[in-house]
Ligand binder design. Structure first.
Ligand code: JHZ
Length: 417
């Protein structure tokens, strides 16, 4: 793609052209395009953020595809900043070892491997590991830490190259990347090429069921082109003679699905979990547009409630800061039109984000030590999905009288107990 963005012409799974819009969040800057101080006087690019439903295969998807090179060639998000996420990665490696007999010599590939957080867990088990990630800064960190990482977007060519040089993969993982991909056919084709006869392909991504039920609209940003349900994924993989044989539900990132895929002729047999999760999707009315119709009203309510509470706090001469300069936080702030007059700073432990400014809202991002130094009256958790971990880290802040604001699924002020 040479241009900055292009409209979605048809459903990326079933090619249906009659997509139905159910949410419009206006135009926002890219969620991870944090701003350097010297660029504060430059105008930021923003792009429309609208979600469409495909009534044929039930995939929700953005109406616009932003050039991935703009979003992912340099990426400030580091998977290993959160201890919760590291533990989560350990769990995945352990499942592969215990349930799927992953052995020392087996080849494990992680697509969009970030700083090598997941592969590190396979490496300590003794597996051969290779990551593939388009972000030059992240591939550099991972390689420095001994995780062999190819700096590229995933493609059939890369898959063929790895297969030729290292053989077929026992496990291929795609954690929080499948929803980011426009050309799913090229992506799955590459996986099919590299996956061993009895190998497993594991996708993990936020589940659209939780997004809709818990009004997690902040998960919607330009990186996330699709909002995944098991049903449309089954359709996609059937085109490649592959099938989903197991689905785990996990609380990570506000409620995600971990989808296990294999070649049809492999030894893996279908687990009841697949039917159980699709049943939940059906009961949630997510296979019909009617299931999405109240969503935008609930999103609007969060905007009103959050503005009301933040303006009240400001009028009372109290101070609000935030924790987690998240991508999702930027959707929330920009859609709710919240800027630095309402939130004085955002704390974040990612060195790449510190001393920058949030896109659109232009709030300074500072080290988390500033929370205890400045002791704001309220701390809004923009990484509400890691609330437990963040509250533990800010115990002193709370002991000194600080309170938390959680924006999702509904705005509430709370303490950790
Ligand atoms: P977090 C990410 O989005 C990235 P984000 C990605 N776009 C994706 O697909 C989704 O997840 C699912 C900070 N933090 O994970 C680190 C601390 O500073 O909720 C991060 O900046 N200290 C690929 O960005 C942010 O919060 C801590 O102790 O919306 C967390 O971002 C912890 C726990 C976090 O997702």
């Amino acid at each position: 793609m040479s241009e900055d963005s292009k409209p979605l012409k048809s459903c990326r799974i079933c090619n249906n052209t009659n997509l139905i819009k159910y949410l419009d969040l206006g135009s926002t800057p890219l969620a991870n395009a944090i701003i350097k101080k010297e660029d504060l006087n430059k105008e930021e690019k923003s792009f429309p953020l609208e979600v469409m439903f495909c009534p044929e295969c039930c995939l929700s998807q953005l109406s616009l595809v932003v050039n991935p090179k703009i979003m992912f060639s340099n990426y400030p998000y580091r998977s290993s900043i959160s201890k919760t996420f590291i533990e989560h990665c350990k769990e995945i490696a352990t499942i592969c070892q215990h349930s799927y007999d992953v052995k020392d010599s087996d080849l494990i590939i992680d697509i969009a491997s970030n700083d090598g957080c997941l592969l590190q867990q396979f490496k300590v088990m003794g597996s051969r590991v290779i990551g593939v990630d388009p972000a030059t800064n992240l591939a550099e960190i991972a390689n420095k830490n001994g995780i062999k990482t190819i700096n590229a977007f995933w493609s059939r060519d890369i898959a063929e190259r790895i297969a030729k040089e290292h053989g077929h993969a026992k496990v291929i993982t795609a954690m929080n990347v499948f929803a980011h991909v426009n050309d799913l056919n090229e992506f799955v084709d590459g996986v099919k090429t590299l996956l061993d006869k009895d190998g497993i392909f594991i996708i993990e991504a936020p589940h659209a069921l939780h997004l809709i039920e818990n009004t997690e609209f902040d998960t919607i940003y330009h990186e996330h082109l699709s909002y995944l349900l098991v049903k449309p994924l089954e359709k996609l993989f059937s085109k490649y003679n592959m099938n989903i044989f197991r689905v785990d539900e996990t609380p990570i990132h506000g409620g995600s699905i971990r989808v296990y895929v294999a070649h049809n002729e492999s030894r893996h047999t279908k687990d009841p979990s697949v039917g159980m999760v699709t049943e939940k999707e059906r009961n949630g009315k997510l296979y019909r547009i009617e299931g999405y119709q109240s969503f935008s009203k609930r999103v609007e309510k969060i905007k009103q409630d959050l503005n009301e509470i933040l303006h009240k706090i400001k009028n009372d001469d109290k101070v609000v800061a935030a924790y987690g300069a998240t991508a999702k936080g930027n959707t929330l702030l920009n859609y709710c039109k919240i800027k630095s007059d309402l939130i004085t700073f955002v704390a974040d432990d990612t060195p790449e984000k510190q001393n920058h400014f949030t896109p659109g809202s232009r709030i300074p991002i500072l080290k988390s030590e500033q929370i205890t130094i400045q002791q704001p009256d309220y701390l809004i958790l923009l990484a509400w999905n890691f609330a437990k971990e963040l509250m533990k880290k800010t115990q002193d802040y709370e002991k000194n009288g600080g309170k938390y604001i959680i924006p999702i699924p509904e705005v509430k002020v709370m303490t950790s107990h």
